[in-house]
Ligand binder design. Structure first.
Ligand SMILES: [Fe+2]
Ligand SMILES: [Fe+2]
Length: 184
């Protein structure tokens, strides 16, 4: 492909490449947390982070495909090592929250750059990530809320948490023997 086929600026190409590797770093960071959770017998948390690592890897691929589709070149580079293991579940969750807030800022910076260059194709491409970050922030904030409910007040909160979980997707029909009494 000749360089005249390139429809993104060198600056945008560089920023997209940087964000592609940020997503790769996130995938790796969440993979480390998943394995840590598994080793520490938190099967649910491990499952959550394995899946989330996969999502971040998909984000990385979206950038790769977009850069190449616009006549640029995706460049796979090294990424920083994930942080050391968290001390506990709370640190694990708070670290994730910070990762996502940081990542949202990076996404917004790319939107700013695309807008400043009037690169509307990239601006449009980035909207998917703006929306995705809204979802991810809500997801992790929900995880923080659940953790707080399960851990902050002592004594009865584990039961309260289980009680609340039971209500998720619970039927509105109830199991009262109404049909039996009407039909019986
Ligand atoms: Fe991501
Ligand atoms: Fe994310």
């Amino acid at each position: 492909m000749s360089s005249s086929d390139k429809r993104i600026s060198d600056d945008i190409e560089q920023s997209l490449n940087q964000q592609m590797m940020n997503e790769a770093f996130q995938a790796q960071a969440y993979l480390a947390l998943a394995s840590w959770a598994e080793v520490n017998n938190f099967a649910g948390l491990a499952d959550f982070f394995y899946k989330h690592s996969e999502e971040e890897r998909n984000h990385m691929f979206k950038f790769l495909e977009y850069i190449n589709a616009r006549g640029g070149e995706a460049r796979i580079t090294g990424i920083p090592a994930p942080l050391d293991n968290p001390a506990n579940v709370e640190e694990c969750i708070e670290r994730t929250w910070q990762h996502e807030l940081d990542n949202s800022k990076k996404i917004y910076a790319l939107v700013d750059q695309a807008m400043a260059e009037k690169d509307w194709a990239t601006f449009n491409f980035m909207q998917w990530f703006v929306k995705e970050q809204i979802e991810e922030e809500a997801l992790i904030d929900g995880l923080r809320d659940k953790y707080a409910l399960a851990s902050k007040e002592k004594n009865s909160n584990a039961n309260l948490y289980s009680f609340d979980r039971d209500l998720v997707g619970a039927s509105q029909e109830g199991d009262i023997p109404r049909d039996a009494s009407l039909e019986g």
